[in-house]
Design a protein around this ligand. Structure first.
Ligand code: NIG
Ligand code: FE
Length: 405
């Protein structure tokens, strides 16, 4: 394990300076104690060990700002039902969807669950992801939500990924409160959120604000309680219907509003005014077999710092691949490869308020980077579903390596 070294023979290095992409050619990068020290040409540094990038592309590690890795069983039978014509919401209303994952998680053995989640965390590394946001939300009881967050916190202690955690107790109404929403909201506000905060289990609070799930007013009450106790806010908004989640995110000063497939023009203006980062999830739209993608181009042109994420979850997005998300961001959200890469790194870091430490390769920031098998950044969206990563480095440590290096 070496944490101070020089990466030599970098064919192309892509990073971001404020909002602009910077592309260097034929450079070297000095890493000291896990932090970027210097990027330049012909650096004279005989004292450093060398890592040879072999003329290939180097980029910042990806930041995936929206994932749901704490689930028990997968849901491929539901996937089959969808392929055969049932919609995501129809499946949810008939007791499948999130609620079936809740029943499964509640009956899981915690030690076995921990092993499954650990493997999923490992899975992110092979796609070049070095920082994630991870949500609870398949427990929906005090005990099970707290266990989900605790499990993430415990795994985070010994995992190379930087993992920020989000309390998503308001992901759905659990079966036992189907007919008493008010009671569940009271439990969220008066019991779960205070305990999550007391035990330091979450950085953010999120709500699934959608027709048939949490209304704008219900979402507001939950998020206000979380904000009052110091949590950052995120919001699943406008995945299917534009009920005003984006406006709510802006009003409450949320860090991000996510999905936004069904965002209105007023919603876009509100995000701009409220300084909210839109986190778009094109792999979810793809996985649900829909043709209606979030208006990424429009949001980018409106001056919003558009970010992208996998939304990795067992129901609507069974992928951990940010390169695949970048391909979709180009083809379906109509971002350029350069913009899509920015959305997957520095803008994603902004949505987590981590842009000072991750998301770009600059002096003083963490040495989180990927060495690719090709030599220009356009290759990232271009090589669709290839295994095109050579090495992944986190804080100056080589945490993943391709076997056909
Ligand atoms: O972001 N939309 C709500 N939550 C997840 C789906 C969760 C599930 O189906 O299990 C999402 O797509
Ligand atoms: Fe989600």
């Amino acid at each position: 394990m070496i944490e101070s070294f020089i990466v030599t023979n970098i064919g192309e290095l892509v990073t971001f300076d404020k909002n602009n992409m910077v592309v260097y050619h034929d450079v070297e990068m000095i890493i000291k104690n896990g932090v970027v020290k210097k990027i330049g040409k012909n650096i004279d540094s005989p004292e450093f060990e060398k890592v040879d990038a072999d003329g290939k592309l180097v980029t910042p590690g990806f930041v995936d700002p929206h994932t749901h890795p704490v689930f028990n069983e997968t849901r491929e039978l539901e996937y089959e039902m969808r392929v055969m014509g049932k919609s995501y919401m129809e499946i949810a209303e008939s007791g499948g969807g999130i609620r079936s994952s809740v029943r499964s998680l509640r009956s899981a053995n915690l030690e076995e669950l921990k092993i499954k989640v650990k493997k999923r965390l490992d899975g992110f590394l092979q796609y070049g992801t070095t920082t994630i946001e991870a949500k609870s939300g398949y427990g929906l009881s005090k005990e099970s939500e707290l266990n989900s967050l605790l499990l993430l916190k415990e795994l985070a202690q010994n995992h190379p990924l930087d993992i920020k955690t989000t309390f998503l107790g308001a992901h759905e109404y659990p079966d036992e409160y189907r007919d008493d929403h008010e009671k569940y909201i009271e439990i969220l506000i008066n019991e779960m959120i205070p305990q999550v905060v007391r035990e330091g289990l979450a950085d953010y609070c999120d709500v699934f604000c959608e027709e048939g799930v949490f209304s704008v007013d219900e979402s507001r009450r939950v998020l206000e309680a979380a904000k009052f106790l110091g949590l950052g806010l995120r919001l699943h908004a406008g995945e299917f219907k534009p009920i005003g989640g984006a406006q709510l995110a802006a009003k409450l000063g949320a860090f991000s509003a996510d999905h936004l497939v069904a965002i209105s023009d007023e919603g876009i203006s509100a995000l701009k005014e409220g300084n909210v980062v839109p986190v778009l999830l094109p792999a979810t739209t793809f996985f649900l077999g829909s043709d209606k993608y979030a208006p990424g181009r429009k949001m980018w042109d409106a001056g919003l710092p558009v970010a992208v994420a996998t939304d990795f979850n067992p129901g609507s997005s069974m992928t951990q691949s940010m390169p695949f998300v970048i391909t979709l961001a180009c083809l379906k959200l109509k971002l350029t490869p350069m913009e899509a890469l920015q959305a997957a790194t520095i803008n994603a870091a902004k949505s987590l308020r981590m842009e000072k430490i991750v998301g770009s390769l600059e002096k003083g920031k963490q040495a989180d980077f990927v060495i690719w098998k090709f030599n220009r950044y356009q290759g990232i969206p271009y090589y669709l579903a290839f295994q095109s990563i050579r090495q992944v480095w986190k804080k100056g440590v080589n945490v993943w390596e391709s076997c056909d290096n």
